[in-house]
Write a protein that binds this ligand. Structure first.
Ligand code: LIP
Length: 268
């Protein structure tokens, strides 16, 4: 079994994410003229989402033909004709924050992570509009444009600025609104950025003190989750569970305990 160097995987990911981001920026004007929908009438997908995914997958196939990819638009498959026994699995969201992309709100990103033997070992998130780029290799810290990230030092709920997000299904949104009703009086304020990958990176560098969201897919949270962990945050579900569709909670240790205690009773 060939040894995979996470730093090499990161270099490949960064190269492809930059190309994809350039293509997305170029295509925006045209892409937003024909918008299709997926899980609900408010869950958009554009030609730019698909083109970016294809560009990254073709780049992966050229560099590592035996690998696998789980992409938001194309699902799980080999990047080439067939997967090798020691395939790396790539977790790709070609445009995270597609609603922001459609509306022209400068908060949408390309997110790509590399997973080896079930563990995410490298990840990059790039804001397509600002060009900000967050990266991490497991065990080697989290970085934004050469600056090491450490997360927030906030330790009180009342002082916590918390990021969150809402699903595309009206019933899910009603439940999420009820949770907000209960927690908003107890925290500093809420921020809804609209891209889980950017939310997790914001938490990694203390632009928010913590972030939580129910309903995330692996491609939404893989790269951002590693970046937040490498900045010293805990990235989990509730009540000791791992992060997943049920809940993703990212916070520095002290705040994490308080938010877990606050959110757990609200998510039976
Ligand atoms: C989005 C997530 C966001 C969530 C949205 C949506 P998409 O992903 O990044 O956190 O609140 O509902 O799921 O659909 O833009 O890739």
């Amino acid at each position: 079994m060939a040894v995979v160097e996470p730093t090499e995987l990161l270099s490949l990911a960064v190269e492809l994410v930059r190309k994809a981001a350039a293509g997305i920026a170029e295509q925006r004007a045209a892409a937003v003229t024909s918008i299709e929908t997926k899980s609900s009438p408010t869950d958009p997908v554009t030609a730019a989402d698909r083109a970016a995914e294809q560009l990254v997958v073709e780049g992966l196939a050229a560099a590592r033909p035996g690998d696998l990819v789980l992409g938001e638009e194309g699902g799980f498959r080999p990047v080439g004709s067939e997967a090798a026994p020691d395939a790396v699995r790539w977790l790709l969201d070609p445009i995270d924050g597609t609603v922001n992309f459609v509306y022209g709100i400068p908060a949408y990103s390309v997110s790509l992570a590399a997973e080896v033997a079930g563990v995410v070992v490298a990840g990059v998130v790039r804001n397509v509009v600002t060009g900000e780029e967050w990266t991490a290799v497991r065990g080697e810290g989290a970085w934004r444009d050469g600056v090491r990230l450490r997360g927030s030092s906030e330790t009180t709920l009342g002082g916590a600025l918390v990021g969150t997000g809402f699903g595309y299904a009206p019933e899910r949104r009603r439940e999420q609104a009820e949770v907000l009703l209960r927690i908003l009086p107890q925290i500093r304020d809420i921020r809804r950025i609209g891209s889980a990958a950017l939310d997790l990176c914001a938490a990694a560098e203390g632009r928010v003190d913590a972030y939580f969201e129910r309903g995330l897919n692996l491609w939404d949270r893989a790269a951002g989750g590693l970046i937040a962990e490498e900045a010293g945050l805990l990235v989990t579900g509730l009540r000791g569970e791992g992060p997943g569709e049920a809940m993703t909670l990212a916070a520095p240790p002290a705040l994490h305990t308080l938010l877990d205690e606050l959110l757990s009773p609200l998510h039976a």
